[in-house]
Design a protein around this ligand. Structure first.
Ligand SMILES: CC(C)(COP(=O)(O)OP(=O)(O)OC[C@H]1O[C@@H](n2cnc3c(N)ncnc32)[C@H](O)[C@@H]1OP(=O)(O)O)[C@@H](O)C(=O)NCCC(=O)NCCS
Length: 138
């Protein structure tokens, strides 16, 4: 983890490079580089982990700034896992939302989030409005 450089700014981010790293790691969800830029710039806080020019970690948190927040895009590149990088990404994001209720969805990483104090909560529901990633802008 010591070689990973963390940043919480979107300034100068190579969105195509981030997308390429996520595609390589099969953690891309169909966004274009421009959609990656918008989704990060519209987030409450973001974290990028780099080694040299390459992206090896990422995460975002959405928040209303008062009571509710939502963790998304939490990712550590496969060769850098189990070194505390993901924990550091989440720690930095949670530090921006004191006093708030933080939710997330995960299919198979419950063990990771459990180490960070999250507990499964029944009653979650979700849906997509229209077609995934289609905001009508063409
Ligand atoms: C989930 C993810 C971000 C974890 O990142 P990471 O950098 O490996 O996590 P850390 O090294 O900080 O792990 C902290 C602790 O969480 C637990 N943990 C992490 N990954 C785990 C796994 N695959 N299985 C079980 N426990 C795990 C361990 O207790 C670990 O501490 P330890 O290594 O000392 O035992 C990473 O596996 C990942 O990017 N996965 C693919 C994308 C993904 O599924 N993201 C989550 C979407 S909701």
């Amino acid at each position: 983890m010591s070689e990973v450089e963390f940043s919480m700014s979107t300034d100068g981010v190579d969105w195509a490079g981030l997308r390429a790293a996520l595609v390589t790691d099969r953690f891309d969800n169909g966004r274009t580089p421009e959609q990656y830029r918008r989704s990060h710039e519209n987030s409450h806080a973001v974290v990028f982990g780099r080694v040299g020019d390459g992206y090896v970690a990422n995460g975002r948190i959405l928040s209303d700034g008062v009571c509710n927040a939502y963790l998304v895009d939490i990712w550590t590149a496969a060769p850098y896992r189990r070194r505390g990088v993901g924990r550091e990404v989440v720690r930095r994001l949670l530090a921006t939302v004191p006093g708030q209720h933080v939710a997330l969805f995960t299919d198979d990483m419950t063990a990771f989030y459990a180490t960070l104090g999250f507990r499964a909560q029944a009653g979650g529901m979700s849906r997509i409005v229209g077609r995934w990633l289609d905001d009508g802008r063409g």
